[in-house]
Design a protein around this ligand. Sequence first.
Ligand SMILES: C[S@@+](CC[C@H](N)C(=O)[O-])C[C@H]1O[C@@H](n2cnc3c(N)ncnc32)[C@H](O)[C@@H]1O
Length: 337
Amino acid sequence: MSIRWRDAMEQALYGPDGFFVSGAGPADHFRTSVHASPAFAAALHRLIATVDAALDHPAPIAIVDVGAGRGELLRTLHASIAGATDASLAHRLRLTAVERAPRPADLPAEITWTNEIPAGITGLLLATEWLDNVPLDLAVTTPAGWRYLLVDPATGEETVGTPVSPEDADWLARWWSPPADSPGIRAEIGRTRDDAWADALGRLDRGLAVAVDYGHLRQSRPTAGTLTGYRNGRQVPPVPDGSCDVTAHLCVDSVAAAGAQVAQAPYTLVSQRTALRALGADGRRPPLERASTDPAGYLRALSAASAVAELIDPAGLGGHWWLLQPAGGPLDPLVAP
Ligand SMILES: C[S@@+](CC[C@H](N)C(=O)[O-])C[C@H]1O[C@@H](n2cnc3c(N)ncnc32)[C@H](O)[C@@H]1O
């Protein structure tokens, strides 16, 4: 039986045998910035220090990772902050993973694991490739206007369903309106992502929320959509039967607007390449002459540059968006205090 995509994704990803809640976790199936290089966590460590200073070193300071996978990012941050010279930060830090999957048995005891974003956060809320897995509905233009796309969860076969709700029609008109006479245009209705992000911002009292994800802007929405699947490191058709990830890019501008409405503050929206460079992850190779004057330093710099290269590649992870949204007061996150 065919159902709406939002319900199909919910079952496929988070149902009893859902792709994300059973099995080894996302890292076995695709590579995010978190898995690609420790340089990603190192840049976030620098961002945490900036936020900590901007908030005047609160005790405690929370780092909340929403959609934490199997806790990979928080494990790395925990190790790097514990080993850093700033003992005060390590002492005040509270790490929380928010995940629909169960707590991994080997997670360090210092990391709290919960399935709900805590309220009253002071610190940093992170969401790396979370929102693209928030289930959403799909629609298609027909001569009678926008209609939902339905999907058979067993086969992935699509059919056209009922007209979209007034709320979805309003969202489409604001964020995805196609030329009126263009039947067959697919849209991914990002309202559920906007709501999820607005809800997350509502739980941040003071600090910064950062979403890192792939996405697009209103002036360049893809007319064929972006829905796709991943399994075992390969891109596959998005059949919502629980055997693969099912994901669609974010409408980053609508997510940002929804967050700004809650936070009542200006946001920053830049590419990962720009954000990481601002955080000191440069990726540029050291000059070759250094190899003869300082061979050990040259090799260290070369290895640091190659660790960053994949993260800032504009055709790959470097093209992802960083949405940085302060709450409870001004905070310029990409500028060291
Ligand atoms: C693509 S993975 C990203 C994992 C990790 N953040 C990374 O970048 O490697 C998305 C994760 O978000 C989790 N997730 C989705 N919706 C969630 C929600 N409402 N609350 C908590 N976790 C959620 C999924 O279970 C999945 O583990």
